[in-house]
Design a protein around this ligand. Structure first.
Ligand SMILES: *[C@@H]1O[C@H](CO)[C@@H](O)[C@H](O)[C@H]1NC(C)=O
Ligand SMILES: *[C@@H]1O[C@H](CO)[C@@H](O)[C@H](O)[C@H]1NC(C)=O
Ligand SMILES: *[C@@H]1O[C@H](CO)[C@@H](O)[C@H](O)[C@H]1NC(C)=O
Ligand SMILES: *[C@@H]1O[C@H](CO)[C@@H](O)[C@H](O)[C@H]1NC(C)=O
Ligand SMILES: *[C@@H]1O[C@H](CO)[C@@H](O)[C@H](O)[C@H]1NC(C)=O
Ligand SMILES: *[C@@H]1O[C@H](CO)[C@@H](O)[C@H](O)[C@H]1NC(C)=O
Length: 415
C-alpha cells in the first residue's frame, strides 16, 4: 500500500528506474486527511467589501474600485455589507491555478492556499477516496484530479507501478474500460502516460476520442519528442511537460495551434533538475540523457508561445511528500511565472497562464477572473506584478471561495 501510494506520486513525474527511495516516505491515509480537516478552524462567510483596490483584468491594472464578496462569490450588489476592508490602493489578482501538481495532504493544500494558489490540478491518484476528500473544502484550495491513468507495462517501472496489473494498458486492452473506470469513480479528467514505448498512436486516439465522446477532457504526460508528437496527433486537450531530448517539429507546434491544444510545460521541474536539484534529473532520464538539455526545454516552450499555443502554468511540485526531493507547493508556481516571463511572455501573459487560460482550457467557467458571478478566489498584492512578475510573491491577503486565509506566505527573505 505504502509503495503504491509513493509510486503514484513519483510515476507521473519520472520515467525512473530506481527503487531505493521507499524508506521514510510520508504515507498519507484517508483517516489522516479526515482528521486534519476536522481540526481546521474555518471562519464563517461574511459579506465583505474590499474598497480601494486596483483590479487586474487580464491585461492591465485598473483604477481603484470596490470588490464585494458574498457567499463565496463576487457580486455587484452593495446591500447588507457586514465587513469592509481597506485595500489601501493595492492590487487584486484572481486566485492562481497550478495546472500540474501532486498534493496528497491537507498540509499540502494549506501551503498552496498560503501562496494564493487557490485551484490545483492533481496529476496522479491511487486512493480515490483520499483524493475526493481533498477536493473541495471551505477556505482551502480546490483540487481537481485524474484517477486511474492509461499506462503501458513498459511505461513505468513495474516494481513501482501504482496501477494494478489488470488495469494496465496492454496491446489488446479496450482503452474504454480504463476511461470508464476512471470517470465511473469520479475522475475530473483522464490522463495518458506517454513514453517512447508507451501507448501507441491508435491507443492514444481511442482514449482521446472516447473521453471526448463522454464530454470530458484528457491530458498526456509527454516529456520526450516522440511521446509529445503522438499526444498532439491524437488531439489530446493538454500536453503535460515539454521535451528536453530534442526540439519539436514545426508541424507539431502548428497542429497544436490549429486544433487549439494546450501545453502545461512545467518548466520549473526541468529548471530544478538542470540547475539546483540534479537528483531530479536522475529520475527524469536515468542515464538516458545523452541529448537532453535545458536549452531544449526553453526553446520548445518559446516556440509554442510564439506560435500562439495556449500555455498553462504548472509545476509538478510534490512538496515534502518524497523524502529526497523537496519541491515546494505554492512558491514554485510563483517561480513558474518567472520562468514563463523568461521565455518571452509579458507579465500579464504569465498571469493569464495561471488564471483565465487554465480555467478556460480545463472548462472551469466559475473562476480565473475577477467579475460578478465568479468565485471569490482572490489575491491582494502589495506591489505591481506587471512591473516585476516577482511581485506576485508580495502577498497581503488571500481569499479562497470568499474566505480569507489567515496565514499568507511572506515574500522570500522575510520570516
Ligand atoms: C471504481 O473503483 C473500484 C475500485 O476502487 C472498482 O471496483 C469499480 O469498478 C470502479 N467503478 C466504476 C464505475 O468503474
Ligand atoms: C470515436 O468514437 C466514436 C464514439 O465512441 C466511435 O463511433 C468512432 O468509431 C471512434 N473513432 C475512432 C477513430 O476511434
Ligand atoms: C547510471 O550509470 C551509473 C554509472 O555508470 C551506474 O552506476 C548506474 O547504475 C546507472 N543507473 C541506471 C539507472 O542505469
Ligand atoms: C542523440 O542524438 C543523436 C543524433 O540525433 C542520435 O543518433 C542518438 O540516438 C540520440 N541519443 C539518444 C540517447 O537519444
Ligand atoms: C508546507 O510548507 C512547510 C513550510 O514551508 C514545509 O515545511 C512543509 O514540508 C510543507 N508541506 C508539504 C506537504 O509540502
Ligand atoms: C524583480 O524583483 C526581484 C525580487 O525583488 C528582484 O530580485 C529583481 O531584480 C527585480 N527585477 C527587475 C527587472 O527589477
Amino acid at each position: 500500500m505504502q509503495l503504491k501510494r509513493f509510486a503514484s506520486v513519483l510515476l507521473t513525474l519520472f520515467n525512473f528506474s530506481r527503487g531505493c527511495l521507499h524508506d521514510h516516505v510520508r504515507t498519507p491515509h484517508l483517516r489522516d486527511v479526515e482528521d486534519a480537516l476536522s481540526k481546521r478552524d474555518v471562519p464563517a462567510l461574511v459579506k465583505t467589501a474590499i474598497t480601494n483596490v486596483r483590479v487586474f483584468n487580464g491585461y492591465t491594472i485598473g483604477k481603484p474600485q470596490t470588490v464585494i464578496i458574498d457567499g463565496g462569490y463576487i457580486t455587484d450588489c452593495d446591500e447588507g455589507i457586514e465587513k469592509t476592508i481597506d485595500g489601501g490602493n493595492r492590487i487584486l489578482i484572481p486566485g492562481l491555478i497550478d495546472a500540474h501538481t501532486h498534493v496528497v495532504t491537507v498540509e499540502g493544500l494549506e501551503n498552496m492556499t498560503s501562496y494564493g494558489v487557490t485551484t490545483i490540478f492533481n496529476m496522479a491518484c491511487s486512493d480515490i477516496d483520499l483524493c475526493k476528500s481533498l477536493r473541495s473544502n471551505p477556505g482551502l484550495t480546490s483540487l481537481f484530479t485524474t484517477m486511474l491513468s492509461a499506462l503501458t507495462p513498459s511505461g513505468g517501472n513495474s516494481n513501482l507501478n501504482p496501477v494494478a496489473p489488470e488495469q494496465l494498458l496492454y496491446p489488446n486492452t479496450d482503452p474504454r474500460s480504463l476511461v470508464d473506470y476512471s470517470f465511473g469513480n469520479g475522475s475530473d479528467y483522464f490522463k495518458v502516460v506517454g513514453a517512447p514505448d508507451g501507448p501507441t498512436q491508435n491507443q492514444f486516439n481511442g482514449i482521446v476520442n472516447y473521453t471526448h465522446s463522454l464530454g470530458h477532457f484528457a491530458v498526456a504526460h509527454a516529456p520526450s519528442v516522440s511521446a509529445f508528437t503522438r499526444a498532439v496527433s491524437s488531439g489530446i486537450d493538454v500536453v503535460q511537460h515539454i521535451p528536453d531530448d530534442g526540439v519539436l517539429c514545426s508541424s507539431v507546434v502548428g497542429s497544436m495551434k490549429e486544433y487549439n491544444l494546450a501545453s502545461t510545460p512545467t518548466i520549473e521541474i526541468f529548471r530544478r533538475a538542470y540547475t539546483i536539484q540534479p537528483e531530479i534529473l536522475q529520475f527524469l532520464r536515468g542515464n538516458n540523457s545523452a541529448n537532453a538539455t535545458y536549452q531544449n526545454v526553453l526553446s520548445n516552450v518559446r516556440h509554442l508561445h510564439k506560435a500562439g499555443v495556449p500555455i498553462l502554468a504548472g509545476t509538478d511540485a510534490v512538496g515534502s511528500t518524497l523524502p529526497v526531493i523537496y519541491f515546494p507547493f505554492g512558491d514554485s508556481l510563483h517561480q513558474e511565472l518567472l520562468n514563463l516571463v523568461g521565455i518571452g511572455m509579458t507579465p500579464a501573459e504569465a498571469l493569464r497562464a495561471a488564471t483565465i487560460v487554465p480555467a478556460t482550457v480545463h472548462k472551469l467557467n466559475d473562476r480565473g477572473a475577477i467579475r460578478p458571478g465568479l468565485r471569490a478566489d482572490l489575491v491582494l498584492l502589495n506591489s505591481d506584478p506587471l512591473v516585476n512578475i516577482s511581485n506576485t510573491r508580495d502577498i497581503a491577503k488571500v481569499w479562497v471561495g470568499g474566505i480569507e486565509y489567515a496565514n499568507v506566505a511572506k515574500p522570500s527573505g522575510e520570516a
